[in-house]
Design a protein around this ligand. Structure first.
Ligand SMILES: NC(=O)C1=CN([C@@H]2O[C@H](COP(=O)(O)OP(=O)(O)OC[C@H]3O[C@@H](n4cnc5c(N)ncnc54)[C@H](O)[C@@H]3O)[C@@H](O)[C@H]2O)C=CC1
Ligand code: BAL
Length: 495
């Protein structure tokens, strides 16, 4: 029997093709790109790089499937296929975990439980919704023998663009809801972490989805992403990534008035009051930023601590950061792996340098670990910076790395005002035992998600919808599937 590593090596031994109309095909141009293991900088696989012509083929296949076979599938059949896909993800948990860990760099337990099994769970959640999408009957104000009702219909062909931070779960966020609602999909993974999405393509085929229902086109955002965004026969775009690219997508999508959902950046405040359960608050503040190397849109990257406990909380967080084991993501003792790429490591280090110039005091971290075994990887020590304020770059901008800015505050109105001093509005956290403070924070903080006494407590059933420049529309929950439907009103005159 082959080992997991041997099975994955077999998968990586050939240049990975794109998945279009149920077939594995090379790109029209024949161009290829490489993907790198961020733990050691070595090439782990080669992938065909598509262009606009490949997107055209994928859109044609998706349109044909939407009009043809897929439209004949009942909600229950769609639900069964999604559950079958979730079963297959669970059956292949070892391979997918391995791929996610070598291609992206999350520590193995997080890849397994958070990203792979979480992806299966997410698909099952939306498999349940497939059979529960109803319209409504409407009583007319005019009365009479006229019957009016609405029905929910799928939107059509959806262009789904994902980011590199937890790529498999990200892909399943972009697949499950549209498929449950009866749409077809062109999926474009980030070129930095395409492998797990391509492996997922094999499982989609094995599950028995009709050809063309899911298509995977690989390559850079500048070509594939642009081609998807401007394609006249794509009806909806969903995107996860940087706010700047999200704005460009919104502008482009306007040309054909595509429906859009955007899940963008964040600079989320995590607020700890002196009356909090300190143990819980410290854990939440720590994992809120250092989980996944801080490469999470909702990371709690600004921790505000009430002044009377500021020194205590800071000392505890610094101690935990000093003790955190940064290392090979496959080493079971590692608590944090490498950043996704050299470019990302440099970008994050640049933010740290700017923070120093702007008066920030590095309490811990700020550099790559000294361990020579890690020298070829893109590692960074967990970093905590004090003495900054909301005018400083590191407190304002999304760093997307393991960098925490810690700031003291004196009262609730002040912390709400400072928490809201950001162009983002994705998430926020609050730790307190006082329900009045909870309500005030919930009402006055301008963020789409607020976690109380437990940061990053995410669930497929709860909508994630960024306020301000953190997004448009929602993913997850009922809103996440409603976004993939359109409402048709029907009025029948029975007189
Ligand atoms: N908030 C979030 O969830 C994320 C934020 N980011 C932020 O963005 C920074 C840059 O990371 P990138 O991977 O370069 O993010 P990005 O926003 O450039 O890329 C995200 C996805 O969009 C695609 N894309 C890029 N340009 C496009 C275009 N013009 N049209 C359509 N699609 C396009 C990419 O290929 C990728 O699949 C990170 O350092 C981080 O700060 C990145 C990923 C996720
Ligand atoms: N696989 C993540 C790093 C890269 O290929 O750019």
């Amino acid at each position: 029997m082959d080992t997991v590593q041997e099975r994955v090596n077999q998968f990586l031994s050939s240049t990975r093709k794109m998945f279009i109309n149920g077939e594995w095909v090379p790109s029209n141009s024949g161009k290829i790109y490489e993907t790198i293991n961020p733990a050691n900088g070595k090439v782990i696989g080669k992938i065909y790089e598509g262009d606009k012509t490949d997107v055209d083929l994928a859109v044609r296949a998706a349109r044909a499937a939407f009009k043809g076979p897929w439209s004949t599938y009942s909600p229950a059949q769609r639900s069964r296929l999604l559950n079958k896909l979730a079963d297959l993800i669970e059956d292949h948990v070892d391979e997918l975990t391995y791929i996610e860990t070598i291609d992206f760099g999350s520590i193995e337990p997080l890849s397994r439980h958070g990203w792979v099994l979480g992806a299966a769970e997410h698909i099952r959640y939306y498999a349940g919704w497939a059979t529960k999408l109803n319209g409504e009957t409407i009583e007319l104000t005019t009365g009479g023998n006229v019957h009016a009702f609405t029905k929910r219909e799928p939107i059509g062909v959806c262009g789904q663009i994902t980011s590199w931070n937890f790529p498999l779960l990200g892909a399943c966020w972009k697949l499950a809801a549209p498929l449950a609602a009866g749409n077809t999909v062109i999926l474009k993974p980030s070129q930095q972490t395409s492998l797990s999405t391509l492996y997922l393509g094999q499982l989609i085929k094995e599950a028995g989805f009709p050809d063309g229902v899911v298509n995977i086109v690989t390559g850079p955002g500048g070509t594939i992403g642009e081609a998807i965004t401007s394609h006249p026969d794509i009806d909806k775009i969903a995107f996860t990534g940087s706010t700047s690219v999200g704005k460009g997508i919104m502008r482009k999508a306007a040309d054909t008035l595509k429906k859009i959902t955007l899940e963008l950046g964040g600079k989320s405040p995590n607020i700890i009051f002196a009356d909090a359960d300190i143990e819980k608050a410290v854990q939440g503040a720590f994992m809120g930023i250092f989980m996944n190397q801080g490469q999470v849109c909702a990371a709690g990257s600004r921790v505000y601590v009430e002044r009377s406990i500021y020194n205590e909380i800071t000392d505890r967080l610094v101690k935990m950061a000093k003790n955190m084991k940064v290392g090979d993501p496959f080493d079971p003792t590692s608590e944090m792996g490498p950043l996704v790429s050299k470019e990302q490591l440099e970008r994050v280090k640049n933010y740290i340098e700017i923070a120093k110039k702007e008066g920030g005091r590095i309490l811990v971290g700020g550099q790559s670990p000294s361990d020579s075994n890690l020298a070829d990887g893109y590692y960074l020590e967990p970093t905590i910076i004090a003495d900054l304020n909301e005018n400083c770059t590191a407190v304002k901008e999304e760093i997307f790395g393991p960098v925490l800015c810690i700031l003291p505050f004196d009262d609730i109105d002040e912390v709400i005002e400072r928490g809201n001093l950001t162009e983002y509005g994705l998430a926020a956290g609050v730790y307190t035992k006082d329900v009045n403070k909870v309500y005030k924070i919930v009402n006055e903080l301008n963020a789409g998600t607020i976690w109380v006494n437990g940061y990053m407590n995410s669930n497929s059933a709860v909508p994630l919808a960024g306020f301000k420049q953190s997004g448009v529309g929602a993913e997850m929950g009922y809103l996440g599937i409603e976004a993939y439907t359109k409402t048709k009103s029907v009025t029948i005159d029975l007189n």
